[in-house]
Write a protein that binds this ligand. Structure first.
Ligand code: KIV
Ligand code: ZN
Length: 516
């Protein structure tokens, strides 16, 4: 694929996606998503906003140190400190991109930045020049371009390219534009900016009116050659354009698009599940491409058509996005080899032997309890293992719980805290409540529970349940997950995995990139 026909996929799940309230991720979780994106052949991974906090800096640096087959990008406002910090975090990358931005709409310039258009223009140019000291691969975004005046936008874009930006990203920051207008804006910029041929034009659309994907695709039809998107459409407010929808729309309608992406679409389902697991944001059942019902055919008339020819009601095969038509099942007689082979097929290899050993033990325990172990179960086991790998200072030893539909429920929880076992019995309005109260007492924590959700991984009453909790304490928000065939145990694991992620009390809060 030559570069004119390549549609570059720039994933910002770890930056814009993580800005979504409640979606904060640990460094280890960000790394696992970055690995999955690299396997899916994402061209550019926006790993974060390094100046936001020490944790954000460390995560970008860790991703830059490990990822080799995707460009790793860091975001910076048009401020010298941001740019220098992003460059430092990206230093270990084999290919680094610096992405700098400043708002250009009259409203943002006047109310947020309190700068004149001329001052914004100067800041944009200076930021790109500074970024170019560190890398040739500089991207510039005029924030809120969708509401900027086209004449001014042309001047800023021309100045940014003159200063050395090689990618010009046009954001519809507030999801305000419409497909024909946005496509027209991109076409106008490519046409009117004298040095437009020296840059790749990119788009970054938010979904406030449900048009992020449509607006992005319209821009592609008008010459954009990079789309910024996120897995499952995660992102600020209503989210960003969904990666899976962009990729599959372009691939399915090759009769319309004169470009295609390099994405290995068979990795889409894995990325979707991983992001949903890590953030605790479920995927709605009717979500395009990755929703549980995206390939389900209920109505008799549809099923009849499908049996005659799948294409009657299916424009994409489930296999194309990594959903297996034949569900291979492992059981208690499956050995290490069978497990390893299945994980390889699913792209879920574990790097070190100790993790693989621990997984095998958990797999055997699960197979004893539920006979048939499905791909989804394996995914949940790995996610659970990842959580407990982080959860090293508090772990669950045992729970004994009882409930009485006429009275209070009770839970006796034993935790290992810093090598010591301690036990507490608490009562609550249900066993989950009693369990969380006992954990709170044992750990001396007083968190607010913002989210508690249960999802059955496969069908049947012996299926594993996957619990997600979201906790806040002192302004810090963390997600935790746990999976088990017993929902109370899964709940306790989820609660503990969240507690183990809470930062120390003196940790500072993060800077938001689109503040001032
Ligand atoms: O939505 C937006 O404008 C952004 C920029 C930082 C590109 O996220
Ligand atoms: Zn954005």
């Amino acid at each position: 694929m030559d570069h004119v026909n390549q549609l570059i996929i720039f994933d910002t799940t770890l930056r814009d996606g993580e800005q979504s309230p409640g979606a904060s991720m640990t460094c280890e979780e960000k790394l696992s998503i970055a690995r999955a994106l690299e396997q899916a052949r994402v061209d550019i991974i926006e790993a974060g906003f390094p100046v936001a906090s020490r944790g954000d800096f460390a995560a970008v640096k860790a991703i830059a140190s490990e990822i080799r087959n995707s460009v790793v990008c860091g975001l910076a406002r048009a401020i010298a400190k941001d740019i220098d910090t992003a460059a430092e975090a990206l230093q270990p990358a084999s290919r680094a991109r610096l992405h700098t931005f400043i708002a250009t709409s009259p409203l943002h310039m006047r109310e947020k930045l309190r700068l004149s258009p001329e001052e914004v223009l100067e800041r944009a140019e200076a930021a790109v020049r500074r970024a170019r000291r560190y890398t040739d691969d500089v991207e510039f975004s005029p924030e809120d371009a969708g509401r900027s005046e086209p004449d001014f936008l042309c001047r800023v874009v021309e100045a940014a390219i003159r200063a050395g930006a090689r990618t010009i990203n046009i954001p519809d920051t507030v999801g305000y534009t419409l497909p024909h207008l946005f496509g027209g804006l991109v076409a106008e910029l490519i046409e009117r900016v004298p040095n437009a041929d020296q840059a790749v034009f990119s788009v970054h659309c938010h979904n406030d009116l449900g048009l992020a994907v449509a607006n992005s695709l319209s821009a592609v039809l008008h010459g954009a050659r990079q789309v910024e998107c996120t897995v499952n459409g995660l992102g600020e407010r209503a989210g960003n354009a969904a990666l899976e929808e962009i990729v599959m729309a372009v691939r399915t309608r090759q009769d319309v698009f004169d470009c295609d992406t390099r994405i290995d679409a068979t990795r889409i389902m894995h990325c979707s599940r991983l992001v949903s697991n890590v953030t605790g944001f479920p995927v709605q059942p009717n979500k395009a491409i990755v929703g549980a019902n995206a390939f389900a055919h209920e109505a008799g008339i549809h099923q009849d058509g499908m049996l005659k020819n799948r294409m009657t009601y299916e424009i994409i095969s489930p296999e194309d996005i990594g959903l297996n038509a034949t569900r291979i099942v492992l059981g208690k007689h499956s050995g290490r080899n069978a497990l390893h082979t299945r994980l390889q097929t699913l792209g879920l290899q574990l790097d070190n032997k100790a993790d693989m050993d621990a997984l095998f033990v958990r797999f055997k325990e699960l197979a004893d309890k539920k006979i048939e172990v499905y791909d989804e179960d394996l995914q949940a086991l790995i996610s659970d293992l990842m959580q407990t790998a982080v959860a090293d200072h508090i772990h669950l030893h045992s729970i004994r719980a009882s409930t009485d539909s006429l009275g209070k429920s009770e839970a006796t929880v034993t935790l290992g805290i810093a090598g010591q076992n301690c036990t507490h019995t608490a009562v609550g309005t249900g066993v989950v409540d009693a369990t969380f109260r006992a954990i709170g007492k044992l750990t001396g924590t007083d968190c607010t529970l913002n989210l508690y959700s249960v999802n059955n991984i496969t069908t049947g009453s012996n299926a594993q349940g996957e619990v997600t909790v979201r906790l806040t304490q002192n302004g810090h928000l963390v997600n935790g997950h746990g999976a088990d065939t017993d929902i109370i145990v899964a709940s306790a694991k989820a609660y503990l995995s969240a507690l183990n992620k809470l930062p120390p009390e003196d940790a500072t809060t993060r800077v938001h990139p689109q503040g001032v």
